[in-house]
Design a protein around this ligand. Structure first.
Ligand SMILES: [Zn+2]
Length: 81
């Protein structure tokens, strides 16, 4: 990892935290588009892998709502159920 960007702080969000926040924003936008009838929930959106690798994941809103998260295939760590 490149640690030269700014001082390291314990409170700094991890890449996974940022991905979850961005995905929540994308979900909110997708839901408002769906609510307006501009897009249906089969429309594909680009989410970010929440493991922190920040690779992109293409999911429909419906898929994201079912999974409640976005991960590149194989990146998801054991999910508590
Ligand atoms: Zn990942």
């Amino acid at each position: 990892m490149d640690s030269s960007v700014g001082p390291a702080k314990a409170a700094a969000p991890t890449a996974g935290d940022v991905a979850r926040e961005v995905n929540a924003q994308i979900r909110a936008i997708a839901e408002s588009l769906a609510a307006n009838g501009e897009e249906d929930d089969e429309e594909n959106y680009t989410f970010f892998c929440e493991c922190g690798c920040l690779h992109t994941v293409t999911l429909t809103l419906a898929d994201f709502l079912v999974a409640r998260a976005a991960f590149v295939a194989g990146h998801k760590t054991a999910a508590p159920r």
